[in-house]
Write a protein that binds this ligand. Structure first.
Ligand code: PRP
Length: 195
């Protein structure tokens, strides 16, 4: 394969950056159905507001919400805690705040991944100060090995090892979010990200 062809394959082939599939689409969707059923039972008869953290959680939020057979609302926040690299810079900034007040509401924060816990820990403190009736977290993925801040997650999809994961909302340099499964980023690309 020529240099040009190799370059093209990175542009054209979405799966070129995937080393292996960690959680396939059927397993992912099966677990989301279970989470949806559990959440619907817990919140039945109560007002529920789901808060998604952009951008990664959009895919999980959309599928999870469709599994809830109870009335609920959705809002989004955008938070910046990372630079171009893969480690937390320690800086958390609100880029987009909620459109609605959460005072006296049952709030469920929906995250795609809890890594160090820094983002969520900041977010929970911030939201708690707005006096919701209840505040819980549903995270599709957690990396227990990476946890620095102890954050209470009521609902967890999968505990995963400390690998660079992409797909289903998770990106590498803003790409790969549209893969329908959770994959592991190819080693050469991880090395690039760490360089
Ligand atoms: C990811 C993820 C969480 C955060 C988790 O977002 O969606 O918000 O990192 O990491 P932490 O537990 O170490 O704080 P990211 O900043 O990559 O933004 P994105 O969702 O727009 O990709």
């Amino acid at each position: 394969m020529s240099q040009v062809e190799r370059g093209m394959s990175q542009v054209d082939d979405l799966t070129a950056g995937v080393q292996e599939i960690l959680i396939d689409e059927a397993t992912l969707q099966g677990r989301i159905r279970e989470l949806g059923a559990e959440i619907a039972e817990d919140y039945r008869g109560r007002d529920l507001l789901l808060i998604g953290v952009l951008k990664g959680a959009v895919f999980f939020m959309a599928d999870l919400m469709r599994q809830l057979d109870i009335p609920c609302e959705v809002d989004f926040m955008a938070i910046s805690s990372y630079g171009a690299g893969i480690d937390s810079s320690g800086v958390v900034r609100i880029l987009k705040d909620l459109d609605v007040s959460i005072e006296d509401r049952n709030v469920l924060v929906v995250e795609d991944i809890v890594d160090s816990g820094l983002t969520l820990s900041y977010l929970l403190r911030n939201l708690e100060a707005r006096r919701p009736t209840s505040l819980e977290v549903c995270a599709l993925l957690t990396k227990p090995e990476r946890r620095e801040n102890d954050v209470p997650c009521r609902y967890i999809g999968f505990e995963i090892p400390n690998r660079f994961v992409i797909g289903y909302g998770l990106d590498f340099a803003e790409r790969y979010r549209n893969l329908p499964y959770i994959g592991v980023l190819r080693e050469e690309l991880v090395a690039q990200a760490e360089a």
